[in-house]
Ligand binder design. Sequence first.
Ligand code: NAD
Ligand code: IPM
Ligand code: MN
Length: 347
Amino acid sequence: MKIAVFAGDGIGPEVTREAVRVLEALDLPGLVLFEGDVGGIAYKRHGHPLPAETLEIARSCDAILFGAVGDPDCDNLERHLRPEQAILGLRKELGLFANLRPAKVFAGLEDASALRPEVASKIDLLIVRELNGDVYFGEKGIRILPDGRRQGWDMMSYAEDEVRRIAHVGFRAAMGRGKKLCSVDKANVLETSQVWRDVMIEVAKDYPEVELSHMYVDNAAMQLVRNPGQFDVVVTGNLFGDILSDQASMCVGSIGLLASASLSDGKMGLYEPIHGSAPDIAGKGLANPMATILSAAMLLRHSLGLEAQAARIEAAVAKTLADGIRGGDLGGSHGTAAIGDAVLERL
Ligand code: NAD
Ligand code: IPM
Ligand code: MN
């Protein structure tokens, strides 16, 4: 069981350290961790956000635990050298097209949601975000128009096969949950979304037990706040899924709680919190490591088949929250290491 640990920038190393402590405490036989540089730190050390040696480590491992990348010092670099290219590059190079972002309210945390407790308590949804296509990976550029104006452009597209494979992930997930799938698009305006919607309807025929609905993304953003309990599985494209998952995190209580799994056709997966490098709190020991700890649990479940150990970590996090141990993001005063300690005690 080889796991690559790419901590990255900002709070990345702080939250990853706690997740690694949790993994090591499980004493899994045969578990070996390999570290590698990604993001701004990799650019500073090797001249590239995703150095060849890091990619090699990734390819030789069964799974990747990823912290976060992003560094304000690097915001003016050419796009291909910016820290964010590390995570985009890993997703593309390793074929990690299916991003699972579960959002569920923990018992005792209903009051921490940005929503009213009775609305928040019903949240138990899974965002299935396509991760290898859309406007993220289309052709893009900045050109000078004949009249001298600069124009930025990014091509949005989805081919049928790209939609079909994420549709199957969404329907299979729905079969294992509440058998409801809401496909979120913008088919009233975008041709990309028309193809998306047509394929969803086609794939639904393979899953007669799953109830398929469609929602425009603007309405979905509103419904997520109005009545998030209506959602079971939400399947959507790369950009909409990025935005809606940050929104879902505040419905749950904090972006410091939401984990993710990025999966390919095989067993290889990358596991990371949905948040970024949080430069505003980096180096202060204030970041909530729970999203990364919960990502480690997803790693055990999806890439290593260790369901019991994954559930053990999730129960320890739930117990920590139920005992009132909270970081500043949830209105509490516990720092990163103290939260890590509390989870370890309950493990
Ligand atoms: P962010 O998620 O880093 O931070 C947004 C806000 O949430 C900040 O106020 C931050 O302090 C807070 N926050 C985030 N995680 C937290 C945690 N674990 N505990 C407590 N508070 C937390 O988003 P941003 O500020 O828009 O982006 C900062 C950098 O991170 C950018 O360079 C961005 O590109 C990058 N980013 C990377 C990833 C990734 O590596 N997958 C994801 C998102 C953003
Ligand atoms: C995320 C992040 C990334 C994305 C960025 C850093 C490229 O926001 O993982 O949610 O947009 O996918
Ligand atoms: Mn994001």
